[in-house]
Each structure stands twice: as C-alpha cells, then as structure tokens.
Design a binder for this molecule. Structure first.
Ligand code: FAD
Ligand code: SF4
Length: 326
C-alpha cells in the first residue's frame, strides 16, 4: 500500500488567510483542493511538501457570479461536477461543460475542482509511476533523476499538458485571477503555461488561483474533442479545443488549441490562418487539419503510438471544425 509522506496540514477559512499561510511557509508548501492529483502524486513521492494548505473550507473559492452577457466568474474551488451541471455554464459555454464532463469519473469529478484541473501537473509514462518503479529506472529529470527517458539526449522534460478544461478555456479566451500576500493579477489562462514539462506554470508558488473569468458570450461557436483509450476515465492523449467567430458565413476569427501533444496548450496558428477570412468549407477544414498536424509533436510518453497520435491530430481537428460548420 502506498502511504502519504508526513506533512503539516493547515486549513485556512479565507483567501487572505491562505495566502498569508503560504507566504509564511515558503515555496515548498503546496495548496490542495480536491486532492485527486496532489495526493496520488505525494504517495508516489513526486512531491513531499512539508506543509499542505487545504482549500476546502474557503467558501469564497466556491462562489460563482455573473451571467452570459457580462461573463461568468467561476470560483476555482468549484467542483468539476458543479461546473459541469451549472445551468448558466451549460447554456453559455457548452464546450466547457462538455470538456469537464469528460474528465475522469463521477466520484473524481465530485472531489476534483476546476482550479486543480487548470493547474494539473504535466504527465508522462516514466513519471506517473510509484517510487520503486521510478527508482528501478534510476528516475528521470522531472523528479530525482538526471536524464529524460523519452528523449535521452534532450536537455529538457517533455511531459504532457493533460488537463481537459484547458484547451477550451484557452480557446474561448478565459482569464485567471491569481492572489498572493503581495497583491493580485488577472491574466489570460493561455499565459499560465510554459513549454517546459517541469516548470510548466507561470503561477508563482505563493499565488492562489481564486477565479476563472469566462468571457461574455459574443456569438462564437466552440467545441472540445478528446481522444483516450477508455471512455470511462482516461486522460486525453490528444485533445482539441476550437472556437470560431463568424461574420455571416465567413470565419472572422478562430482559436484552435491542441492539448496533450506538448507541455503546454499549443495554439495551431497556421491552422487558424487556413480558415480565417473565408467560409468554412470541407476544403478549408482539410487545409486547417493539415496545418495543425505539423506543430503537434506527440512523443512516446503517453498511451498509444506517437505516430498514430500525430495522425489523429489531423482527424480530430477536422472533426471539431466539421462539427462547428454544422
Ligand atoms: C484516475 C484518474 C483519472 C483522471 N482523469 C482525468 C482526465 O481525464 N482529465 C483531466 O483533466 N484530469 C484527470 N484527472 C486529474 C484530476 O482528477 C483532475 O485534473 C482534477 O480536476 C484535479 O483537481 P483537484 O482539485 O483534485 O486538484 P488537486 O489535486 O487538489 O491539485 C492539483 C494541483 O493544483 C494545485 N492547486 C489546486 N487548486 C489550487 C488553487 N486554487 N490555487 C493554487 N494551486 C492550486 C495543487 O497544489 C496541485 O499542484 C484524473 C485523476 C485520476 C486520479
Ligand atoms: S518527458 Fe522525460 S524528463 Fe519528462 S517526465 Fe518523461 S521521462 Fe521524465
């Protein structure tokens, strides 16, 4: 049986208290929301924080406000089930509701939060293993080791951004509010991520994610497509969040975001260019799918063969855009 390492557990009742606690405890402290990713990782000794700050008693993190017209604000501590079932979210942002309902299983969605999903650790077959397994291969660069087993001559880690909500949040232009003892800032969700499997977030350890700001609904159409082995609970091995703004039949603007094929949500810029400024036709969709295929660089670190996953990027982008064509 895998046991948690020893740690000190603190339970703040307000955001203010939480950010003071983390400032006092220093950068080795970690927040825990639903714990569905953090606790398994601690059992595998991927993290051994001396101090864990529980967020479940902070009511303000579970608050929701706003509406489709002004923009909906989701508390980062809302459970995935809360988000998936929320009437306003389902009506205004059905693509987000769909992405969230595709995350893991109902019991995990009852525990896991939208904030924890946005900040989910990057994943890799050589890393998401227990301590003894990782020790057996002399560990890897992401934790306790020196080499990357996926690309042994690489100076960096290629672990994969695997959160289901992120491609949609980035595609629709959602923002994140980060609060610390020294102030607060609101940034694009897209700007939270770095192309680095280890240091994958621009959020500082002393910052608490408090809110996600969904944009006012302004006539876009969005969708989310996810590929995984078992429909019941697997992480994505490819995902596509796509959001299109139309002017009549013409695509005025487009965001096509690829998940699970890099260490950050990848914007398929050339694919966007292939459809902007013209009607969405089978030909422009095929051109976009071809253009999205190129920046996607799946490596041999998740389920399925990497060349098959790369081929599936083309199909999933074509499928997502085809759905938006109606
Ligand atoms: C079997 C299984 C299947 C899964 N399948 C999927 C899947 O298909 N898709 C998917 O996207 N995820 C999946 N997950 C991962 C996880 O359940 C979800 O991503 C969940 O949303 C994580 O939320 P949490 O509240 O439990 O995060 P936690 O585990 O509490 O935290 C995750 C990380 O975020 C940090 N954190 C959490 N909240 C905050 C905050 N407000 N401010 C600052 N830092 C914070 C924590 O310190 C930690 O680093 C799966 C997990 C399991 C165990
Ligand atoms: S990509 Fe390489 S360094 Fe990163 S977790 Fe996997 S094996 Fe380790």
């Amino acid at each position: 049986m895998m046991r948690l390492p020893k740690f000190r557990y603190l339970q703040p009742k307000s955001v203010r208290e939480a950010v003071k606690m983390v400032a006092d405890a220093g950068p080795t402290a970690m927040f825990v929301a639903g714990g569905t990713d953090l606790y398994p990782g601690m059992k595998r000794r991927q993290w051994t924080p001396p101090v864990v700050i529980g967020l479940s008693r902070i009511r303000e993190l579970r608050r929701k406000s706003g509406d489709a017209k002004s923009g909906i604000v989701l508390g980062a501590g809302m459970t995935l089930t809360d988000v998936e079932r929320d009437r306003k979210v389902r009506a205004a942002h059905p693509a987000l509701a769909r992405a969230v309902e595709l995350i893991s299983t109902p019991p995990l969605r009852n525990m896991g939060t939208i904030g924890g999903n946005v900040l989910l650790d990057t994943r890799c077959n050589y890393y998401n293993q227990n301590y003894e397994w990782r020790k057996g291969i002399n560990f890897c660069m992401k934790k306790d080791g020196a080499i990357c087993w996926v690309a042994p001559s690489s100076p960096r880690c290629w672990a994969v951004q695997s959160s289901d909500s992120v491609p949609v949040l980035v595609a629709i232009g959602a923002k994140a509010k980060l609060v610390s003892a020294s102030g607060e800032r609101v940034i694009q969700v897209a700007d939270l991520y770095k192309d680095d499997g280890i240091d994958y977030l621009r959020k500082r350890p002393d910052e608490l994610l408090t809110e996600l700001h969904l944009p006012a609904v302004n006539g876009y159409r969005a969708t989310y497509w996810k590929l995984r082995r078992r429909g019941s609970f697997d992480f994505p091995v490819i995902s596509v969040g796509a959001c299109l703004w139309f002017d009549g039949a013409v695509v005025k603007d487009a965001k096509i975001i690829l998940g699970a094929v890099g260490s950050y949500p990848i914007e398929a810029v050339d694919a966007q260019k292939a459809i902007i400024g013209k009607p969405l036709t089978p030909e422009s969709i095929a051109a976009a799918a071809e253009a999205a295929f190129r920046p996607a660089k799946p490596l041999d670190n998740t389920d399925f063969h990497m060349s098959w996953r790369k081929e599936m990027v083309r199909r999933y982008v074509a499928g997502a855009l085809g759905e938006l064509r109606g």
